[in-house]
Design a protein around this ligand. Structure first.
Ligand code: SAM
Ligand code: SF4
Length: 354
């Protein structure tokens, strides 16, 4: 594929990074520097997690997707405008055909020093096959989503997932030297009783664990008000068993961390419903069709596919990005409506990327 060849042919591609050229800066109307881009490279997935998708989820027609070359060009435009961290997500990023060509290609921005971090969020199903190559591309830490350590419950929550494959993927990533942060969605009546053992296991394996509250994104088969478990309650429960100390640790994401004295590991909480984390938001999200969402919890979006395709140069694209950042909202307003039981935002997490 052209982009991969382009990198491989670049003289001195693996040489010591030169001092990075000064890059642009994107500042939103509330003074926040936008330095983090999450890209949903596909809306497709090999799992059907019950809180994320309906089992008969309808996916986008393949012809609507940006090509890998277009995703590369768009990402690069953002890097040139000041993005320092890129996360590929989805859907399941590792099921997109030839995804490693894109990752290999984007890794040139790590080598040049323009990018601090290139990473993915994955369900782990394909990690065993890709771990070594990811490490070779400079991917140093990744997020793996895992909601339970019980293989039967894993099947129940992911519908289509294979627990053994995910475990093999985690081991392969660790063997390749990639640090893993586990993400678990806290679900009432499903994994609340298991969180202490997940914490002990993750920390014993040298992985951080972050708990996420369910967010009302997209129609699913079930009822989210039944699943919602406030993390304040989880934290209170854990405090009876563990000594949790707030720490200022930051990964550029919205999680707030505590250190767990008994395990020596870190535990993160992402609480979009009980705690407003918008004031320090540094990110925007791009879908696989080139739509830019300035906020996960708002409908406003900007189409970047048209300016991308309208010309070979990046001027139109760059103007469209500036215009979009100029209307990034102050924050979101998630609610799970108890009257209508409808999600506050109708698109799925797999479209915008988690
Ligand atoms: N397929 C990959 C995975 O599962 O890691 C990446 C995409 S997935 C949409 C990203 C994250 O979003 C996962 O950790 C998943 O558990 C979380 N997620 C999906 N739907 C959610 C929802 N409605 N509320 C909260 N988290 C959700
Ligand atoms: Fe797929 Fe991730 Fe959604 Fe699960 S959470 S269905 S793995 S995109």
């Amino acid at each position: 594929m052209a982009i991969a060849r382009d990198i491989a042919d670049r003289p001195g591609a693996a040489a010591t990074p030169a001092r990075p050229a000064p890059l642009g800066e994107m500042i939103d109307p509330f003074g926040r520097a936008i330095t983090y881009l999450r890209i949903s490279v596909t809306d497709r997935c090999d799992f059907r997690c019950v809180y994320c998708m309906a089992e008969d989820m309808t996916f986008l027609p393949k012809r609507d997707l940006l090509t890998l070359e277009e995703l590369d060009r768009l990402s690069t435009a953002f890097v040139e405008k000041g993005v320092r961290k890129l996360r590929l997500t989805g859907g399941e990023p590792l099921v997109r055909r030839n995804i490693m060509h894109l990752i290999r290609s984007l890794s040139r921005h790590l080598q040049s020093g323009a990018l601090d971090e290139l990473t993915i969020t994955t369900n782990g199903s394909q990690l065993e096959r890709f771990a070594a190559e990811l490490a070779d591309c400079g991917v140093k830490r990744i997020n793996v989503s895992l909601d339970t350590l019980n293989p039967d419950k894993f099947k129940e929550i992911t519908r289509w997932g294979d627990y053994a494959k995910v475990m093999a993927g985690i081991k392969a990533a660790q063997a390749a030297g990639i640090k893993i942060k586990l993400n678990a969605v806290a679900l009432k009546g499903f994994n609340d009783g298991e969180i202490p053992s997940m914490l002990e296991w993750a920390h014993g394996e040298g992985m951080d664990l972050t708990l996420i509250e369910t967010m009302p994104l997209g129609e699913i088969d079930g009822d989210r008000t039944d699943q919602y478990l406030p993390l304040s309650a989880v934290r209170a429960g854990l405090s009876e068993r563990f000594t949790l100390t707030d720490i200022p640790y930051k990964t550029g994401g919205p999680a707030r961390y505590v250190e767990v004295k008994e395990t020596g590991g870190r535990l993160g909480f992402i609480t979009p419903l009980t705690h407003n984390f918008c004031e320090s938001c540094n990110r925007v999200r791009l879908t696989c069709t080139g739509t830019l969402y300035m906020c996960l919890g708002q409908e406003d979006a900007a189409d970047l596919r048209a300016p991308l395709r309208a010309s070979e140069g990046n001027e139109l694209l760059s103007n469209a990005i500036d215009e979009a950042i100029g209307r990034k909202p102050k924050g979101h307003d998630f609610i799970i409506d108890r009257e209508t039981r409808k999600p506050a935002v109708s698109r799925h997490m797999s479209v915008t990327g988690g």
